[in-house]
Design a protein around this ligand. Structure first.
Ligand SMILES: Cc1cc2nc3c(=O)[nH]c(=O)nc-3n(C[C@H](O)[C@H](O)[C@H](O)COP(=O)(O)OP(=O)(O)OC[C@H]3O[C@@H](n4cnc5c(N)ncnc54)[C@H](O)[C@@H]3O)c2cc1C
Length: 395
């Protein structure tokens, strides 16, 4: 049996920054991640001809935290500028260039390089899905793990838990705790979060197409009002030495909802490529096609708090991109609908949520209740920006 001060469930960007901060405070932290890799939706798929980013498309400045992360990662050459302007495909089939330039950054080694950086020095248990959690009479959390790769017989216990997985998945872990006294209002908060899905086609083409792909007037296109297409990018344009074109096509939530449960995902992926031929006819004929189903892609109804916390039955905090939305200081809090608009602020929200969870748990370990800590931790953009800088400077 292994005992830890804190177990962080999920090695996405929120879980990794939270674990780094707690580790730097001197706590023993174990991150448990169901997949073999790191980064969650910050995802890169290996292909025989290279790799492609099939989740997060690129990084852009969304606030103080993404600004700090991008600056640091550019300095150590993990990120490079990719494009300043994205094309938009409008209803009448016309391509426009973004009015105002906004630099987008990416990594020649794949966007998961960002997660690899944040995971430096952390104890991460890969290939282990957390299936259940219970509070024991010994005042520890007991985690039931299900190996998704190599089997592991280890039992894991912790004094505190941070859950940074999409809210609907977190709910499955939290609901059984109602019988152990977890406050129903906390569970209700997590239940209120809504996510939308996305289907991604990852297509690799013959090297013969490379000169054609590099001469296209666009590298990435967002679609306005298209029922099926949301985003098409020449992913290989992120790497100057790419031998052949790789293309990412991401669906709308509407299209994904319609095809989410299909048993023939390849056919659905091909359908997306055929829709993308409005941009170039060769897109319908890849040499290799892989398709990924994101059941929980974007938090469409996030919470206006940085994380959900409870002291009872034992310390537990939940967060991720479905929390901490919006830029309080620039006032995009929608008073009327009492929620933050997180469109375009997803990485920013995940970072903010992870840092806030770490800060509150740090106070808990100093003897302050989580209830009091969550009242006390009102993170201004300036403060949270400084926390991020401090954390990544020590990596
Ligand atoms: C197709 C797509 C494109 C996107 N593009 C952008 C973009 O351009 N810009 C932007 O800002 N945002 C974008 N996003 C959103 C962005 O990816 C997320 O906001 C952000 O990565 C969320 O990070 P997170 O740490 O909260 O969660 P996640 O990245 O989802 O991390 C959660 C982790 O928990 C693991 N996990 C889940 N359940 C368990 C369990 N039971 N046990 C153990 N581990 C578990 C998962 O494997 C995952 O690694 C995009 C998302 C998608 C899907």
């Amino acid at each position: 049996m292994v005992n830890s001060d804190v177990v962080v469930v999920g090695a996405g960007i929120a879980g990794l920054i939270c674990a780094q901060r707690l580790r730097q405070m001197g706590h023993r932290v174990i991150v448990v991640e169901k997949s073999r890799g790191l980064g969650g939706r910050l995802a890169t798929r290996r292909l025989s001809s290279g790799h492609a980013d099939h989740g997060v498309r690129c990084l852009e400045v969304q606030g103080a935290l993404t600004q700090g992360l991008i600056d640091r990662l550019c300095k150590c050459q993990i990120l490079q500028p990719w494009v300043d302007r994205i094309h938009t495909f409008d209803r009448s089939g016309i391509l426009h260039l973004d009015d105002s330039p906004q630099p987008r950054f990416t990594s020649a080694t794949g966007i998961t390089s960002v997660a690899k950086f944040l995971g430096t020095g952390l104890e991460i248990w890969h290939g282990q899905r957390v299936k259940g959690i219970t509070a024991t009479a010994q005042q520890t959390w007991d985690l039931t793990l299900e190996p998704t790769g190599a089997p592991s017989a280890s039992r894991l216990t912790a004094n505190a838990l941070v859950i940074t997985i999409p809210a609907p998945q977190a709910l499955a872990l939290l609901e059984p705790l109602l019988h152990q006294g977890l406050a129903p209002d906390r569970v209700a908060m997590v239940r209120s979060v809504k996510f939308s899905p996305c289907i991604t086609s990852i297509a690799a083409y013959s090297a013969v197409q490379q000169p054609i792909a590099t001469s296209l007037p666009w590298r990435a296109v967002t679609f306005l009002d298209d029922p099926d297409l949301d985003w098409v990018a020449i992913d290989s344009s992120k790497r100057p030495d790419a031998p052949c074109p790789t293309v990412i096509v991401q669906s709308t939530a509407r299209f994904a909802k319609e095809h989410l449960e299909t048993s023939d995902l390849q056919r659905v992926g091909q359908q997306l490529l055929e829709r993308a031929t409005v941009l170039a006819s060769w897109l319908a004929a890849p040499e290799v096609l892989q398709v990924h189903r994101w059941r929980y892609a974007f938090a469409t109804q996030p919470l206006p708090v940085d994380c959900v916390v409870a002291d009872y039955p034992l310390p537990i905090l939940c967060g991720g991109d479905w929390c901490g939305g919006g830029d309080r200081e620039n006032g995009d809090f929608d008073q009327k609908h009492a929620k933050f608009d997180t469109r375009g602020l997803r990485i920013e929200s995940a970072l903010r949520s992870g840092l806030s969870a770490a800060e509150q748990l740090g106070m808990k370990f100093q003897g302050i209740s989580l209830e009091a800590a969550s009242q006390a931790v009102s993170l201004s953009n300036l403060k949270v920006g400084a926390m991020l800088a401090e954390t990544i400077d020590q990596i």
